[in-house]
Design a protein around this ligand. Structure first.
Ligand code: MRU
Length: 349
């Protein structure tokens, strides 16, 4: 692999409605470049669950295409079309519970076929969702790039770049946009236990773009923030509740708490597809619990003593009070977030 810009697309639909879905297998990165070719919905569900495709916006786009594949195999009568779409969507929605982009994309697909119950209409909606997510990524980068000052050290968590979205990313889109404008800065990337999205994916994306990046153990971040070595923290989100509470990769809350101690700006970057107006606050956000072996084992080798159990929540919730601002595709939202979110969502719906 010579250059990240030459990586295959994270998600690509090949051909017309009778075509297939290609996903860059992120479980194999950075050392192996493998593209999965998927032709049925079960394959898409499995790819989402094992994190071959991951990151909230990317999961939403993959699920929309998965719905097309699921419906293509079923041939329901026209009068049963919408009900069958709902059935397949319910299976896809259960693949990962926290990222609300999954539900956003599937709800959009259901809404589209309610007006025109055909596979062609469903396929059209899936490709429109793909294009919209790409455009939202670009706009987040433009709105947020001014947050990064020349010479800054920016800390980030998990992977929020081209591998997590249909475009340049969320938090990483902001970094790419600033870098393209000639702003020079460096990045600290949390390794992001247990699946190492920071060490494997964020480091890959930034390094290949020429942005200086150092990987650090998640447990080192708070010390560096409180010690004055970090000027800005930029993270993504998997779901933002109506009051501005933010669910994101486990470990995000600790960063926000450290930032509050030292008054370091803590910004979340997320498209409007990540906001969940139906969820009042963070307590109502379902947190995905993943298999304990992701904690007790490393690369298939048992690490913890036999018989010892583990907890493996994939996400945590940062209270809105700890968030300095939320960079969206329609601008930067500031506290009080309840009002700002309501206005932003009303303007687009
Ligand atoms: O478990 P993952 O790798 O899907 O978690 C991803 C994150 O937590 C990202 O920060 C989030 O999806 C938002 S940025 C695209």
């Amino acid at each position: 692999m010579s250059d990240a810009r030459a990586l295959p697309p994270t998600i690509r639909w090949v051909g017309e409605v009778d075509g297939h879905l290609e996903l860059l297998d992120q479980t194999r990165l950075p050392h192996h470049l493998e593209v999965l070719q998927l032709r049925d919905v079960d394959g898409v569900i499995a790819a989402i669950q094992r994190l071959s495709v991951r990151g909230a916006p990317a999961i939403g786009v993959a699920a929309a295409y998965g719905l097309v594949l699921g419906m293509r195999d079923r041939h329901p009568l026209p009068e049963a079309f919408v009900a069958t779409v709902r059935e397949v969507a319910t299976r896809l929605f259960a693949a990962r519970p926290t990222a609300v982009n999954l539900r956003w994309a599937l709800d959009r697909c259901v809404g589209a076929v309610r007006d025109e119950p055909t596979l062609a209409r469903l396929f059209h909606e899936a490709t429109a969702i793909h294009a919209d997510e790409e455009a939202m990524s670009r706009r987040m980068g433009e709105h947020g790039k001014g947050l990064i000052q020349p010479g800054a050290t920016v800390l980030t968590h998990c992977n929020t770049g081209r591998l997590a979205t249909a475009g340049d990313g969320t938090a990483l889109s902001v970094m790419f946009a600033a870098w393209r404008d000639g702003v020079r800065f460096s990045v600290l990337a949390d390794e992001t236990r247990p699946l190492l999205q920071g060490a494997r994916l964020t480091a890959l994306e930034l390094a290949r773009e020429g942005i200086p990046v150092e990987v650090l153990a998640d447990g080192a971040a708070a010390g560096l923030i409180v010690g004055g070595e970090v000027n800005l923290v930029l993270v993504g989100a998997d779901r933002i509740a109506r009051n501005g509470d933010v669910a994101n990769k486990v470990g995000t809350l600790g960063l926000a708490l450290a930032c509050a101690v030292r008054h370091v700006p803590f910004y979340v970057v997320a498209p409007l597809s990540t906001f969940d107006a139906a969820t009042p606050d963070g307590r109502a956000i379902p947190i995905e619990q993943r298999d304990a072996t992701e904690i007790t084992e490393f690369q298939g080798q048992r690490i913890a003593p036999l018989g010892v159990a583990a907890r493996n929540p994939a996400f945590d919730v940062t209270p809105a009070a700890l968030v300095s601002g939320i960079v969206t595709d329609v601008g930067i939202l500031r506290p009080p977030f309840g009002t700002a979110i309501k206005t932003a969502l009303a303007d687009v719906r």
